[in-house]
Design a protein around this ligand. Sequence first.
Ligand SMILES: Nc1ncnc2c1ncn2[C@@H]1O[C@H](COP(=O)(O)OP(=O)(O)OP(=O)(O)O)[C@@H](O)[C@H]1O
Length: 915
Amino acid sequence: MSRDLNITVAVRCRGRNQREVAQKSSIVVTVPTVSGANEVIINTTGDVGIAAQLNSKRYTVDKVFGPSASQALLFAEVAQPLFHEFIQGYNCTMLVYGMTSTGKTYTMTGDEQLDGNDSLRENAGIIPRIMFQLFDTLKEQNLDHIVKCSFIELYNEELKDLLDNDGNEQYKKLRIFDSTPDSRNNSPKLSQRNNAKKYNYKLRRTSMQPSTSTTTGTSNSPQPSPGPNDNNTIYIQNLQEFHITSANEGLALLQKGLNHRQVATTKMNDFSSRSHTIFTITLYKQHQGELFRLSKMNLVDLAGSENISRSGALNQRAKEAGSINQSLLTLGRVINALADKSSHVPFRESKLTRLLQDSLGGNTKTALIATISPAKVTSDETCSTLEYASKAKNIKNKPQLGSFVMKDILLKNVTTELAKLKNDLLSTKAKDGIFMSQEHYKEMNHDMENYKTELDEAKRLVKSLNEKVNGLTEEKQRLTKSLDLQNIKTDSLNNSINDLQKKIMISSETERQLSNQIVQLDETTTSLKDDIKTFKQKELSIDSKFKLILNDQLKILKEKFLNQLHELQAYDDESFEVQPHIDDLQKEISSSLTILETNIRDSYQSCIGEFLKETPELFKEIEGNVTNINSLSIHFYKQISENLSDISEEYNNLKQYLNDRLFQNNHEERLGNYVNKTTELMEQSSSNLMENVKEMVENYLISNKQLLVDSMQRSTNDIIEQEMKLLKPRQQKWESSIELINKCDSLSNTYFNNMNNTLHSTKSNINVSNEKIKESVIKINDRFSDQERNERRNIITENTTINDNIKQIVTKTSTLKSRFDETHILAKHSINEINGLDKSIRTILHDIEPETTTRVVEQNIFLKDNSTKMDSGSKSPLKVSSNNLDFSEVESNNNNTKKRRLSRNNIDGYIKLQK
Ligand SMILES: Nc1ncnc2c1ncn2[C@@H]1O[C@H](COP(=O)(O)OP(=O)(O)OP(=O)(O)O)[C@@H](O)[C@H]1O
């Protein structure tokens, strides 16, 4: 009764080879050094420490061998147990599987040469060792036996007999056939089976049952009866089996076959096996009496499961790799299906799996050795190999003992074959051409019939396969189309990826530049801080200058104004001092008149009376006018004083405001200006450095600039609004002070006009009184006689007091006039002084204006964005331009008086600009 038995799986990890060492590829595979270990750990993540332990992949198999494991150890641990089974009569298979250059051939064959003592060398692999062990054991057991060998190669899905034709290039094509009961019924081997039945022995067939060759001098294989799984066993047509009687003969065959094997140099292996090979040892060992047990040992060296690009396979090598991969791919699917106990196992999809059908999940005892490299560079393939290995461990076989063959059948078989060969040889010697014995001819005809039947079957199979192929071709076309589509998509994706990579590069470049510019900005900020310091110092010096100038000059101005007012007052006072003179004059005139009255009282009574009647009225009028002048002067003085105190207060307020606010409020804007300056620098450097990606960078800058400008605009508007709020009360005060000044001006004008009028009227009154006096005198003269006239003339001409008084009046009138002129000159002078003061203020304001660079930056910033383009004068909301406080000269109606007026329009203009 057969029992299920898992495939034995071993892993052999070699040390790093020279290529891997040269590549400095680290070791990522950990294999325990202790024997009996069954776990392989591979660290694919590059982690270290605990992370490496956690993230490493672990694979469990039956046995693990590290680089230090010798060929002898591997043979003892893996091959020998299987060899014992083989000797006992089990069919066994041993496979080596792994990536190229990992040591498959080294493990399976190794050094197949013998040393000087005809002994195995240290590096001899499994096949030579089995060969030696077999003959040693057979010798020990001293049993009759027949040992045969065959060696086949599967290369590019073509089967080849590696032991065929000594040096002849013409290899016979090998064909795999399914051994069905029907086909066998007609075959000549049936008689053998029937014979076996006759002997009442249970005979079983094994996989890879070779067909007997009819053409060469090889031994024929007797055909045992079919076993329970014979429905799907296969045999290989034309395969030759060679009878060997010693290990040396076996090794010679092995060497012969290896010489015919497809080997090539690849990037990863100088002698890379490009094919799968199966070396089969068939043993007929005497079991009991005449009974021989048939067992087979299949030693399979698979081609490398390599990555085409990494192995450097080109053209033929790539094609090989393709078909190698195709076979191995199917092998993998077969392993998966068997491990998963799938209902369908795709054995028929490749020749390799057809050949290995009985070894995987069949009746053989199987061992798989997975060979791996420890290097990081092959870690992907190593993982894939280990996946296969650990999967294969789950495959269960039902090993059964090999079939029995009767000795006489064996002998008959051999004898028949020999006789056939002899007949053929004789016929060939006798005549040219193809001659053979009747019996052989009949047998051949029979075989031909069988082949025809098989051919018909094959044709049917081909037809159904063609149909399948057509379906598959259509499917392939459909897939090709979708593949083309996918390729197009992949191309466009690749393009996008390239574009994205370029963009990422550009972005990282931009980022780098931005970080440079941030460094520049930092430097600029530092220099800005220095500038602020300098400005503070300047501010202090300007402030002190300003104070000095304003204090001194305004003091002088004020004093001058006061002096003028005093003078005006003095003038008024003096005008009051005219009164005593007038009184004196009056007295003198009255005393003269009294004298005259006394002298001519009688004769000139009427004239004197009339004169006395008119004179008081005249002087009353003069007195009234003078009183008016006096009161007007007082009023004017009061007004001037009030206005001056208002002006002085306003000046103080203005000064305080300038001290408190003018320089403090400007910093944020200046910072903003520097930000703008930096933006400009960024723009400039970006345009220089990113010409190739101009469009993208421009868009980027425009969006950023827009953002920046918007935020600047908002902040500027906020600042303007804030400043306007602060400025408004000031503005109102300024306006009221202007009104006051204007009022003062108009009062001054009125005063001067009134003064002028009064003086005019005084003058005209005096003229009138003079005229009247003259008229009176003329009248008196007329009335006097010439003598009296002479006397009277003498009185008047000799009267010095009158003359003096009149002279004094004339002198005072001219003094008055000259004082008016002086006042005018003083007023002019004051205006000049004010102009001087104005200039000083302008100069100071000019000095305290922000540096030209700031102005340029401001201009640039505002010019950058057309939507925010503004007049350069309106950029600094806190900047008090000297132009804005300009005094314009306004010609007074009075030709002699020029007055300075703080133009309301100028202030309005200034406020508009700020808005
Ligand atoms: N365990 C090992 N100890 C020492 N040398 C080894 C070992 N394994 C492999 N080698 C050496 O590595 C080289 C490649 O080995 P081998 O040809 O057996 O690889 P392979 O897997 O059969 O490759 P391919 O699939 O390309 O045929 C050989 O020179 C072999 O001697």
